[in-house]
Write a protein that binds this ligand. Structure first.
Ligand code: 5MM
Length: 342
């Protein structure tokens, strides 16, 4: 492991007010999103959609790193250029999702444990050879009556830490993603309590597994009320609760926090990130950035619908969301941008 290279890559991922584009949907998830829009669920349509994304003009102005899926990192443009080269030429660092999915956890009804540690060392070495310089692993924490359990939180935190240590050994910056889900009728306060407990447990495990905090990125949920909660706090209240929670649990040595969007609308995700940067940016030890999938891609996917004739309009929509989120990092996003463009 070259610690300085890891630190440089981690810093580059949150530099210049840019953020990460998560385009690492597994085939089942990608197919589900295609099916909702009547797009054929084939390897070729997934490839064509990812070509649309990586060839979006100017994407590298707003996006520092792109998280790919195993199928995608092996694919090429129609003209044969590997996606990894297209991304790198655009000034974007290639990354790779390396977990193999969240599975039902034995003895823990309603809870998930993320798998993928077996054989991970060899897979990381291959991805590094292919050009990846960072990786991602997502743990899923569900809120409901009596859950999450300590067993679920601890098992997922330990897996995240073992993954992160293996990444750093292989020269890849680990993006550590513990996601507390939005589904449910829980309050913002409950989400805050659970998110704090999860993050404290994750950072204890990262310490135990000797992970270099300066060479990683945290990808957490924002602190939000459940989707079915009757009380939905304002954008500023969400920003305050999220930053308060992170200040309690995330060490200052971590260079950047890149939020997942988790099913928020694209506009709300931008507005909430913007509010955090407006209210706290100058006082925080880490950069507050984004690592959105749906909140960057969804409008573009809905325009594209698998039709080549819609490609340019879809790319414009994708660029627009990336640009809105770069503005949110600067604290310069506002609703007028949704009408007039940035
Ligand atoms: C939470 O999901 C991650 C962030 O995406 P959103 O911004 O849409 O919440 C995302 O990177 C996710 O891990 C990928 O989409 C892959 O998900 P699957 O379910 O295919 O592993």
């Amino acid at each position: 492991m070259n610690a300085q290279e890891l630190i440089d890559t981690a810093r580059a991922l949150v530099a210049g007010n840019k953020g990460l584009l998560a385009m690492d949907e597994s085939n089942p998830t990608c197919n589900k999103r295609f099916a909702r829009l009547g797009i054929p669920q084939t390897e070729e349509t997934r490839r064509a959609y990812r070509e649309l994304i990586v060839t979006t003009p100017g994407l590298g102005e707003c996006i520092s790193g792109a998280i790919l899926y195993d199928e995608t990192i092996r694919q090429q443009k129609t003209d044969g250029t590997p996606f990894v080269k297209v991304i790198t030429d655009a000034g974007i660092i290639p990354g790779i999702k390396v977990d193999t999915g969240a599975k039902d956890m034995a003895g823990h009804p309603g809870e998930k444990i993320t798998e993928g540690l077996d054989g991970l060392r060899d897979r990381l070495a291959e991805y590094f050879q292919m050009g990846a310089r960072f990786a991602k692993w997502r743990a899923v924490i569900t809120l409901d009556a009596g859950i999450p359990s300590r067993g679920c939180i601890e098992a997922n935190a330990q897996a995240l830490a073992r993954y992160a240590a293996l990444c750093q050994e292989a020269g890849l910056v680990p993006v550590v993603e513990p996601e507390v889900l939005m589904e449910g009728d829980h309050t913002l306060e409950r989400c805050c309590e659970v998110t704090e407990e999860v993050l404290r447990t994750v950072f204890n495990q990262l310490y135990t597994q000797r992970v270099t905090l300066e060479g990683m990125i945290l990808k957490p949920n924002m602190v939000l009320p459940g989707l079915a909660c009757s009380m939905q706090e304002t954008v500023d209240e969400v920003a305050d609760a999220t930053v308060k929670c992170l200040l309690r649990a995330v060490p200052a040595a971590v260079p950047g926090i890149a939020f997942l969007s988790g099913g928020q609308s694209a506009e709300l995700a931008s507005a909430r990130l913007n509010a955090m940067n407006v209210r706290f940016k100058s006082r925080l030890p880490w950069a507050l950035a984004f690592s959105f999938a749906r909140a960057i891609q969804q409008p573009a996917l809905e325009i594209w619908q698998g039709d080549e004739a819609h490609l340019l309009a879809a790319q414009q929509a994708l660029y627009h969301r990336a640009e809105c989120n770069r503005a949110a990092r600067r604290g310069e996003y506002n609703a007028a941008m949704e009408v007039t463009g940035v």
